[in-house]
Design a protein around this ligand. Structure first.
Ligand code: NAD
Length: 451
């Protein structure tokens, strides 16, 4: 079998083809990574910090090449691809400081002389499984903290993002077996979960749940960041034009292929009519520089199929729904209303530039509707009222609540993750990631006598 990735804007353009390595190759790579881990840890904080800093510099030095590769391999619009490259460099630079951070605390003994310490230590080999939609940033926000604290890493990228991951490992230039990228699909992913010492997964909910079960069965720590069914709540006091601009960007930016994209818009009371009009206008103004194609033909067909089936079930298509006459896997930014509550489009993540507009009588009804999903990743709230913003922050089930901002958007130095079924285990990013990739040891040192 061969792993291939194609340019979503030009499906005749084969970006990369590599032999699928198979499960045995994964086990061998993890074995080599385990053998390399002792030296990587023993190299010390200074060496690890310098190595991570050099990766940030290498990413910056190749920024345009990397942005072009992201555009070509996963169809991300250029401005967003450049943003992702800049964020990738920032992530490596941020974690380059981490090796110097305190790794524990000193405590008093309860009685008598001695020294009690806690000390965080790496697990060994971090097995990282990534999706394709942030082909440099997600592998980096997993690998950088894992490496900073002294683990070695085996990364299995999504097949659709193979070339980006291989280039990242090449540019990283770390010692042999410290940062291995092993292309592959489900077989390699599952072999990695079966052999790594700590597992971090980002991807769809179904696959993530299986990964969590398998890692838990082995007793190894696991975190999983999964899909979202993200809502935008718009209150009547909001600046409707500004809210519509933010929400259109969150629906259609990168063709809605962000786990934090908005797929449900909930207008409260008098906000409904003006928002519907403004949002349709904003979505119709979206161009390729913002939206771009979806990742492959199957994704496009799944989206158009869901839109037609919702329309047959009584939904109105307020804008979009069509497939432009052109090469590439494009679909028009789409907004529907009156989608039956149990239709899959209202309940599942479809991962495309398609959203459903709902009406809620008041804030309570809007919060109840927003919370009526297990896929609670990010919710945006559009209001000028501090009371509403605070109520939302208290009562929404989301892992990320963004007031007067698109639901999509991530600050790399803050904890990132969802609520309820959208997330499992420790948060990613920021300081939280350093905790995830280490385990705390308690050390008691008592006098040896004879002094
Ligand atoms: P996916 O679940 O199809 O694949 C994710 C990764 O898992 C890939 O590397 C894939 O090869 C691997 N994999 C597949 N089967 C496996 C198995 N049985 N065992 C181990 N690994 C396996 O997801 P995708 O299509 O690559 O990415 C899109 C999804 O990712 C969306 O659902 C999106 O919401 C989600 N996502 C979530 C976040 C987040 O942080 N919450 C961020 C980005 C993307």
């Amino acid at each position: 079998m061969t792993i291939t990735s194609y340019n979503p804007a030009d499906p005749t353009d084969l970006v990369v083809a590599v032999e699928e390595p198979g499960a045995e190759a994964v086990r061998a790579a993890v074995g080599r990574a385990r053998a390399a881990q002792g030296d990587w840890l023993a190299a010390g904080a200074g060496a690890r910090s310098a190595a991570l800093g050099r990766i940030a510099e290498a990413v910056e030095a190749h920024a345009e090449e990397l942005a072009a590769l992201i555009v070509r391999e996963v169809g991300k619009p250029l401005a967003e691809a450049r943003g992702e490259v800049a964020r990738t460099a920032a992530i490596w630079r941020y974690y380059a400081q981490a090796p110097y951070a305190p790794s524990g605390a000193v405590h008093e003994t309860a009685a008598g002389p001695g020294l009690l310490l806690t000390r965080r230590r790496p697990y060994g080999v971090a097995g990282l499984i990534a999706p394709w939609n942030f082909p440099l940033a997600i592998p980096s926000w997993k690998a950088a903290p894992a490496l900073a604290v002294g683990n070695t890493v085996v990364l299995k990228p999504a097949p659709e993002a193979t070339a980006c991951a291989l280039r990242l490992a090449e540019l990283a230039g770390l010692p042999a077996d410290v940062f291995t990228v092993l292309p592959g699909g489900a077989e390699e992913g599952s072999a990695l979960v079966d052999t790594a010492d700590v597992v971090s997964f980002t991807g769809s909910t179904g696959v993530g749940r299986a990964v969590v079960r398998a890692a838990t069965e082995r007793g190894v720590p696991v975190q999983a960041e999964l899909g979202g069914l993200n809502a935008a709540l718009v209150l009547p006091d909001a600046d409707i034009a500004l809210a519509a601009a933010h929400i259109a960007a969150a629906i259609a930016g990168y063709a809605g292929q962000k786990c934090t994209a908005t797929s449900r818009v909930i207008a409260v009371g008098a906000a409904y009519e003006p928002l519907r009009e403004a949002l349709v206008k904003a979505l119709e103004a979206v161009d390729d520089a913002v939206c771009g194609p979806v990742v492959n033909a199957a994704a496009r067909d799944r989206l158009t199929g869901a839109v037609s089936s919702a329309a047959e079930a009584g939904a109105s298509v307020l804008t979009g729904g069509g497939v432009p006459e052109r090469a590439g896997w494009f679909i028009e930014p789409t907004l529907l209303a009156d989608v039956p509550a149990e239709h899959p489009l209202a309940r599942e993540e479809f991962f495309g530039p398609v959203a459903v507009l709902h009406e809620a009588a008041d804030l309570d009804a809007a919060i109840a509707l927003a919370n009526d999903t297990p896929h609670s990743l990010a919710t945006s709230v559009h209001t000028r009222s501090l009371d509403v913003a605070l109520a939302a922050a208290d009562r929404l089930d989301a892992g990320m609540i963004r007031v007067n901002a698109p639901s999509s958007g991530v600050d790399f130095h803050l904890p990132f993750g969802g609520a309820k079924g959208a997330s499992h285990g420790e948060r990613e990013q920021g300081q939280a990631a350093l905790e995830f990739y280490t385990v705390s040891r308690t050390v008691s040192v008592l006098p040896g006598g004879g002094a």
